[in-house]
Ligand binder design. Sequence first.
Ligand code: EPU
Length: 292
Amino acid sequence: MNWLREFSDRVQTQVSLAPLTWFRLGGPARFLFRPRDTDDLASFLRYATDEGVATRILGAGANVLVQDDGFDGVVVRLDTPAFKRCDHNGESITVGAGVDLMQLSKRLSQQGYTGLECMAGIPATVGGAVRMNAGGRFGEFADVVSDVTLMEPGGTVETWSRERIDFGYRRSAIGGRTVLSARLTVTPVDPLVTRARFDECFAAKRRAQPLAEHSAGCIFKNPKGTPAGALIDQAGLKGHSCGRARVSEQHANFIVADRGARASEVVSLIREIQERVRERFGTLLETEIDVW
Ligand code: EPU
């Protein structure tokens, strides 16, 4: 545990993760570390690698289900100023991993830069949006990414082109590396156009999804053919619950957690949905969320 001695002034212990996730449930992190800057992160990762310390990066917590017994390792949050920089240079903008995607998409759309309107209302940090290739029907994050600067587990920094990142449907080749920043290309157009497009994407999301409730967005990836939401709906599972975890009546690919819900109830509901959809349609739904 040499790492703990080295970083003790910026490590918190037994930190509740529920308030840091959109589900608002799950147990604590044994440690939470907020690096001051890239060098600090590199030094921490070297210790963690050498000493076999389990680490996870937590972004906006919008796609994560933390189990009830929490995470027995170090949760890293890139929310210090060094990771929240935005350097705008003409049509190129370099954004830190800790930048809030919803705010970024709103600000750029307000200013008339096109490219991120389709991210309206998607809760994420830039780091999470790169790793998962966040997006939906109107577009995905990969569409605007030129390259990504990331850190290897050993602390070395590299810049990868979008081709090397190999974006796919809710996936990338980032793996066990840490995203530090992304360089995006956004084109200036008439601000009236980008504002209207942003509003349209946000309104569509609000109409279709239970945004006021606690969830992790879509639980399952869409399989080939019929979307997951439609399969779960046709299996008659809307409103079906397991304890205080419930299939949303508004969108069947969302599980909403009522106050007091446990992660184990969400997990049981996920399994039950998978079984019922498989029995009925022969399709195995694959989860989109990260279970810690
Ligand atoms: N549908 C139903 N019942 C439902 C929900 C949906 O029949 O309860 C039907 C819809 O009528 C539609 C089809 O299923 O014909 C697809 O639904 P929708 O248009 O709502 O989109 P989706 O495929 O369920 C995807 C992304 C969302 C993204 C939206 C909008 C996935 C798994 N989901 O949803 O992303 O917001 O498009 O762009 O790819 C997320 O990743 O967390 C997420 C919410």
